[in-house]
Write a protein that binds this ligand. Structure first.
Ligand code: GLC
Length: 677
């Protein structure tokens, strides 16, 4: 049951799609205190209670023991002490062992603080602003609470099927030749690939919707050349628009007042990649329609996928703040910079980026209403992505277009996916990405994945391999790295055969991955789930932080530690372990419920299939260079027949928006003898 409680005059964030009227009963699930600063909610947590959710955040699946702040932030250091990452996903479930579990969604686009037992280990405290709407969901299992929430916020974005193939990116592919080389690198080694990303390097001086003609002579032809090889090119679009006379996007934005204003009513100036920039007012419907329409410039040249970036918005510095800081630093020129003065100076310079005072200087015109940015900060990236998605509905209404964003808020999940931003090539970030997935899925974000191999720092061969072994299960499977780091395309390493086999496993598993993704999207369910969601009676399941249920039939237990040749795995029920060294080289072992130590060599993937379940596998011979080459008629089935195994297969054309209705999903049943070995 969903209850709604409104406080003050909430801003319409568009997160919720159902009409729910104010609850007739007083707010009772938590203690409520109102003050002129906002509202505070608080409740006791018992020792065994678990808190799930909050989407893109640091730390584990169980969020207890830390404070999380919803405040979209461009911070590339995803460390344990960080309170905010790029998204704001204000939904959590307090799972109570003895009944009374509930979900709560705080629909407030400004800063919201979730103190999940940090100040007081036994208390959950939430603080939000004076104007917000709170939705509570009670009754039923964890899965049912999530389903109700997801119905409340609307169905998730669905990517085209090709975007479930393997994708390669790197900040630094400087020209068409670089991209050709990457594609050749993959094809020469027989590794399938569906997309190559174009980072900021493709633009003319970092100007949105331009393509540098020197680096990409005849871009349209290049897009076709790549498509002929099965490759989709996916350009980045940044939030900041370069200030430059003669640049049409800048000029149109200024003329039509499509940019955010500063406190004096001038177009707000902050710097990003191109230096001084203006920021489109994505909270204004006209500005959204205008900016969205610009994607057509690239779509007309054959582009059918985009990633939206720097949309927290990231601001290196604002013109005004920079001037003040420069003056203050200049005044220190002849000083003896002692401890205090040195750190003061350093703080001034470090504090230039993503500065709170700047966010308070930015103003939106929300369709006639002037709103200060800090009140709606978390909606900016969401509305940039909405701008693109709404435009796609006009430009290519019949087709799915790939779209994902760095910053997000619940509601954006209807328009695009997200990637989890600038992680690093650290083993701890492989684990973090495993743990983020179910939390994101709870909040409706299904098309997601992390930068495989890690973005910052140098990836080692074993890290990339282990990360790919997890990445073959994430809907967005993209290897991406920062400029200046070690090149980490899979074909560059010595163990090419193993990399090829792991990526081929993705293509082999694709019928399952896609079918499960689609069923979850259409039924408002989670594709990745913590074990406790499927095994609510299992006392140990809430303890498991490094295994996930993937779709309806499978559990995974990735290896995420360097030099580990195996790991402990907990089986909540009897399952069939499938050990795969390639799509063809697999062995099976039935395993009892309970704890096991399992050897997992560096080049192996293990999956666990539930009793009575099976999964479809596609053949991936040397002719399969991308998803387009996959045989989607004939599958091999592997599984755990007892005495039969079943699977509900979702299929469609992978590109149109004519999704197959549930009545036409195919139930397939096999006996043990009919299953492949
Ligand atoms: C940001 C993005 C990253 C991208 C870089 C350059 O850091 O998060 O993915 O490569 O900008 O555009």
């Amino acid at each position: 049951m969903i209850e709604k409680y409104s406080f003050g005059q909430p801003i319409d964030t568009g997160a919720v799609v159902l009409t729910i009227s104010q609850s007739a009963q007083p707010f009772h699930l938590m203690q409520l205190t109102k003050s002129d600063k906002g509202i505070a909610l608080s409740c006791q947590m018992n020792a065994e209670d678990v808190v799930y959710g909050l989407g893109e955040q640091v730390r584990g699946i169980n969020k207890r023991g830390f404070t999380y702040i919803s405040h979209a932030t461009d911070d590339p250091f995803h460390l344990e002490n960080k309170h905010s990452l790029y998204g704001a996903h204000n939904f959590l479930i307090l799972s109570r062992k003895n009944g009374g579990s509930f979900g709560i969604f705080v629909d407030d686009p400004a800063r919201v603080v979730f103190d999940v037992g940090e100040t007081d280990m036994d208390r959950l405290s939430i603080t939000a602003g004076c104007d917000c709407a709170i939705y509570t969901i009670e009754g039923g299992s964890l899965k049912e609470i999530v389903k109700q929430f997801r119905e409340l916020v609307g169905t998730s974005y669905i990517a085209p099927k090709w975007a479930f193939g393997y994708q390669q990116s790197r900040w630094g592919y400087a020209c068409a030749e670089d991209i050709r080389e990457v594609v050749k690198g993959y094809h020469d080694k027989g590794i399938p690939l569906d997309a190559v990303y174009m980072d900021i390097d493709y633009m003319e001086n970092f100007k949105d919707f331009t393509v540098d003609a020197e680096k990409f002579p005849d871009f349209e032809q290049f897009v076709q050349e790549m498509r002929a090889q099965g490759i989709h090119l996916v350009p980045i679009i940044d939030a900041g628009v370069k200030i430059e006379e003669g640049y049409s996007i800048y000029e149109e934005g200024v003329q039509n007042h499509y940019f955010c204003k500063d406190e004096d009513g001038e177009d707000f100036t902050g710097a990003v990649w191109p230096g001084k920039s203006h920021f489109p007012d994505f909270l204004n419907a006209k500005a959204r329609a205008w900016f969205g329409g610009k994607y057509k410039l690239l779509m007309d040249q054959g582009i059918d996928g985009f990633w939206n970036d720097m949309n927290e918005p990231a601001i290196f510095y604002s013109e005004k703040n920079l001037k003040q800081v420069m003056e203050e630093v200049a005044a220190m020129k002849d000083e003896n910079l002692d401890l205090h003065l040195f750190y003061h100076m350093k703080g001034l310079v470090d504090g230039l980026s993503n500065n709170e005072d700047d966010y308070r200087r930015i103003w939106h015109n929300m369709d006639g209403v002037k709103v200060c940015h800090d009140q709606v900060h978390n909606l900016y990236g969401y509305n940039m992505t909405k701008a693109a998605a709404e435009a796609f509905d006009q430009i290519a209404p019949e087709k799915r277009t790939l779209l994902f964003s760095r910053s997000s808020y619940i509601g954006m999940h209807r328009y695009g996916g997200i990637w989890t931003g600038d992680n690093a090539s650290w083993w701890s970030h492989l684990l973090l990405s495993i743990q983020q997935m179910p939390s994101l899925n709870m909040c409706g974000i299904l098309y997601t994945g992390s930068d495989i191999g890690g973005f910052g720092a140098d990836a080692t061969e074993d890290l990339l391999m282990r990360w790919l072994e997890f990445g073959i299960f994430t809907p967005l499977m993209r290897n991406h790295a920062a400029a200046g780091t070690r090149e980490q395309e899979a074909y560059r390493f010595a163990q090419t055969k193993d990399f090829r086999n792991i990526i081929r496993m993705r293509y082999s598993l694709l019928p399952y991955i896609y079918s499960e993704f689609m069923k979850c999207a259409l039924k408002n369910e989670m594709y990745f789930r913590p074990l406790a969601f499927d095994y609510p009676q299992d006392a140990h399941a809430p303890q498991v932080e490094d295994q996930l249920m993937v779709g309806d039939s499978m559990m995974i237990a990735p290896v995420y530690r360097q030099n580990a040749t195996g790991r402990y795995v907990y089986l909540p029920q009897e399952m069939l372990m499938v050990r795969m060294r390639s799509p063809e080289d697999r062995s099976f072992q039935r395993m009892e419920q309970g704890h096991h130590y399992v050897d997992v060599a560096l080049n192996e993937v293990i999956i666990f299939i539930k009793k009575g379940h099976m999964i479809p596998l596609a053949a991936v011979d040397e002719n399969v260079r991308s998803t387009a080459d996959l045989d989607d008629v004939q599958y091999e089935w592997i599984g755990f027949a007892e005495p039969t195994a079943e699977y509900v297969l979702y299929e469609d054309d992978g590109i149109s928006k004519q999704y197959t209705p549930q009545s036409e999903w195919k139930k397939v049943v096999r006996t043990k003898e009919q299953l492949a070995l």
